[in-house]
Design a protein around this ligand. Sequence first.
Ligand code: ADP
Ligand code: MG
Length: 374
Amino acid sequence: MELTQLALRHFRNYDQAVLTFQPGVNVFLGQNAQGKTNLLEAIYALALARSHRTKNDKDLIEWGQKEARISGRVQNRFGQTPLSLSWSASGKKARVNHLDQPRLSTYVGQLNVILFAPEDLDLVKGAPTVRRRFIDVELGQMNQRYLQQSAQYRKILKERNTYLKQLANRQQSDEVFLQILTEQLIEAAAKVMLARARFLADLAQAAQPIHDQITKGQEKLTLHYQTVFEVNPDSSEEAVKAALAAAFEKQAKQERLRQTTLVGPHRDDVQIIINDRDVADFGSQGQQRTAALSIKLAEIDLMYQETGEYPILLLDDVLSELDAERQTHLLLAIQDRVQTFLTAPSLSEVARQLIHEPKIFNVQAGQVTDNAPA
Ligand SMILES: Nc1ncnc2c1ncn2[C@@H]1O[C@H](COP(=O)(O)OP(=O)(O)O)[C@@H](O)[C@H]1O
Ligand SMILES: [Mg+2]
């Protein structure tokens, strides 16, 4: 798929901008703090109806303004789809084909993006939340059902945690209701966990050949889904539910003591393993970066397999974080198949050689010009 046009109004430091993109590589060049990442953030938000760097929608509205709007046109094999989003004091509005989408799960998925920023190099050694968020974002784009299931899970989890606190403070004493909440939670948790296990198995399968190529066959990359018990992609839902029920039973006392839910996918993690060792603990920084790169590139293939369309790729200042060899792998992997948006202060030598006729945009203080020489 392809983003052909993007229009911004009162978004971050853009008062107003209209940009037309090309199918290949689009480059945003500029000094620090000019608005390059803001452009990628707008594209990301157009895809996922939320920012990748703030939870607070108000941050997206240009200072002194009341409403931010972004709109764009997505071209896929079925045709063009106009998308738009706006944020104001009365909330967020999402539209597909000019029609309001009251449920974000029907909005997300029209435009698929993969974002690669320097922080993503932390995928391997960062906290478990980083990897859980990664799964939720990537799987959610490919799988509308997963979005609904994980939202359902979060809702019941919140309710159950509140109830555990009320029980502890003796505002409530209804054990039966806790049991009902636990059963509902197990129902939702099993679906989320199985979807995650399947996603990770598919991702590992797509990542291995890429990693093989980058490391010239030196490293075997595997992903291990870590939960309180073993969940395999071919586990049955019944088996997962039974294991969850047993785990809840075992933790019952602890949960009452700590007044919070101690079992479930909100505590999952992914182990990234190279040659049978956890690369977060034993890998060099170079190995960790290569693993992150392989996983990101694998997502491109996986999204294509799942949706029949390549996602668009957003590269925020990553080329400068990678050595020439890794830059080469990245650029060769996207060449001629993935529409790419990348930001940089200037293009590296490798990038100049490997990117075919990039469309260059110069970004300065919230103004974009696209007629500048490369
Ligand atoms: N809501 C906002 N309204 C106006 N300007 C903003 C807003 N949020 C951020 N900015 C400005 O945007 C600039 C940062 O843009 P960014 O895209 O992160 O820069 P870079 O080009 O380094 O990637 C800063 O100058 C910051 O002050
Ligand atoms: Mg930036």
